[in-house]
Design a protein around this ligand. Sequence first.
Ligand SMILES: Cc1cc2nc3c(=O)[nH]c(=O)nc-3n(C[C@H](O)[C@H](O)[C@H](O)COP(=O)(O)OP(=O)(O)OC[C@H]3O[C@@H](n4cnc5c(N)ncnc54)[C@H](O)[C@@H]3O)c2cc1C
Length: 388
Amino acid sequence: MGLGVRSRSALLSQSYTQIQTYDSGERNLASLPKILVIGAGASGLAFALACAHRGLKVRIIEKRPERSRIQKATGIAQSVWQQLAPYGVTASLIDRALPMKNFVFRDDGKLIANVRVPLVGNEPAAHLLPQAQLEQAMEQALFRMGVKVEYGTSFSGLAQSELHAQLILIRDAVEVENIQFDWIVGADGANSEVRSILRTPFIGRDYPEQWTVSEISTKQWPTEVQAQLFLSTSGTGLFLSHPSPGIVQGIMNAPSVGAALLAHFPDGAIQYERQFVVSLRRVQTPRVKRVWLIGDAAHTQSPVGGQGLNLAIWDGTTLGNALINGDMSVEATLSNRAKRVLFFTDFDYRMLSTKSKFIRKLRNTYWSLACRHPFLSRWFFKLISGAW
Ligand SMILES: Cc1cc2nc3c(=O)[nH]c(=O)nc-3n(C[C@H](O)[C@H](O)[C@H](O)COP(=O)(O)OP(=O)(O)OC[C@H]3O[C@@H](n4cnc5c(N)ncnc54)[C@H](O)[C@@H]3O)c2cc1C
């Protein structure tokens, strides 16, 4: 399933004009900063793309020997497609992604709402696509711009002055380079080593539950729906999405999501299941002298509301463009956006996991009304689309 001709061309039109300026040689490369990105997940790749697109060949290191195949996010916001359009990523993927049209919401088995997701600015608010496919396309686009991810590479001995940062690159447990950069970008995920070396407080709290995520293959997913939410009096929420044909992903704020998936799809075969903990945390400021933190290294949040990947990519492209333009007000911009997104995802989590009879009633009434009067939920889907 793909976008209609009109919406597809709208998402791609930005790409046309901006690709014109790529590699135009309009900049004096010697005057551009020398930058190292640590971590080739979504945030690091987005940052590197924004820089490489403007003619700056950053280095990007990744400690894994190859790209991770583990699926995390499935919902890609409209704003992310727009941000990645200039790099050719949107054009290469959008026909494979499933536009978010309907989601169904049940409480203790009872149907509360079958929500028709409104278009935002004539485009779907989000599309479903496995995060690994998006990252692979981002890496390929980066490669076309002449930047290759340096796999199997980590670092130690990070030190910095007001003007430079210096560290040692490590490959196969051997120190291979002692090198100085103008900027270092820590895009190394929720357990960021960069953040811990900087001793930057990661303020917030951990959610109490053990979460699980699993994917199954099944032929029983109803094709007219892209996501389903099963809530319950006990505060357990099971979120199901359909990131690609024949595959269903389940995320639950409780153990054994695989068994819960099989209860809904008896023909299912579990591809993987894993446990994770969820925290609501952020750094107070994303910069310490010459080092920036972006993506999960700068903020972590509940997967409810589906914003982690989207915010990680926004962080990357926003910081990349700002550093090239010498716009240091980006420090406050990144921080403010993270605060707002974390507030939203925490609100969503509380609504999903509440055990209060009163709040459940209010929540369910709101969504069943929103089904009949779509204007009531427009603000919600606008945020899902990334229009913060
Ligand atoms: C189950 C689950 C479901 C989710 N669903 C959604 C969703 O639907 N929508 C959404 O928007 N978000 C979702 N998220 C969140 C989203 O996946 C993350 O927010 C996103 O991956 C963050 O990207 P990142 O690049 O900041 O970090 P990561 O993806 O963690 O990438 C960090 C990279 O840095 C590398 N690295 C670490 N240390 C070093 C080092 N010392 N040297 C070099 N490299 C290093 C790691 O190997 C990794 O490749 C979900 C998360 C989970 C767990």
